[in-house]
Design a protein. Structure first.
Length: 239
């Protein structure tokens, strides 16, 4: 089968040379060449190399610029054999940052409604008593003194009004020494006024304490027998 293929190639070459008008001598030289079993395309090319050169020269003189190229690779095949360049992966879309929402300021709590309502005049008397009894004490101490006064108003053992509790007389003296010595007549400080307002809300009743005293200056031994609930500053609060 291989020899038949070589023979067909040789015959095709002869037909091509005859078609383009090759000289008789050239055709005769080709036709006189016998293809044998050992002939190959390389041997045929070497034998007729000069003839192929002559053909190319004649083609150039006749203005025919065609050139026979054997086994020219297909450009499409070369392109497919090339290494494909990977396209860069599409970047992920940027996530939009969430808008910052400014929280609205919290509404200030409404002031507590007083659990005990008293007149403006009575409130002023109340604040002046707190100032006189708890002067020099902390704000907490002032609120505690005001709470004792209100606890007495609620107790059946004492008068049922703020004015009545403040002006109560026990024996031959007032229950509160500032009423006795006139210190209650001095104006109240802002802290004492605020302490009265806070005590009126009745948020802390000091376990219903109805007594307070300063153990450093107390002269009544009976008061020291009362159940102590809390100590705030220089005052002891008892019931």
């Amino acid at each position: 089968m291989k020899n038949t293929y070589f023979k067909k190639v040789a015959v095709a070459c002869v037909a091509t040379f005859a078609f383009i008008g090759i000289h008789n001598s050239t055709v005769e030289a080709i036709t006189q060449y016998e293809v044998v079993n050992v002939d190959s395309l390389v041997d045929i090319g070497q034998a007729y190399g000069p003839i192929m050169n002559e053909l190319n020269k004649e083609n150039n003189q006749n203005g025919d610029q065609k050139e026979i190229i054997l086994n020219k690779p297909d450009p499409a095949v070369e392109q497919s054999a090339e290494t494909k360049v990977e396209e860069p992966a599409a970047s992920e879309p940027e996530t939009a940052e969430p808008e910052m929402v400014t929280p609205e300021p919290a509404a200030e709590p409404a002031p507590a409604t007083p659990a005990v309502t008293i007149s403006t005049q009575e409130k002023d008397l109340f604040a002046r008593l707190v100032e006189a009894e708890a002067k020099g004490e902390s704000y907490e101490g002032k609120v505690a003194v005001a709470t004792v006064v209100l606890n007495r108003v609620d107790s059946p053992e004492f008068p049922d009004t703020v004015t009545g509790v403040i002006n109560e007389v026990v024996g031959d003296a007032y229950a509160f020494s500032p009423v006795q010595n006139g210190e209650i007549n001095k104006p109240a400080s802002d802290d004492s006024i605020r302490a009265v307002e806070e005590a009126l809300t009745r948020q802390d009743r000091l376990n219903d304490c109805i007594y307070f005293y300063n153990p450093e200056i107390a002269t009544d031994s009976w008061i020291t027998t009362r159940e102590v609930v809390k100590t705030v500053g220089n005052h002891v609060f008892a019931k």
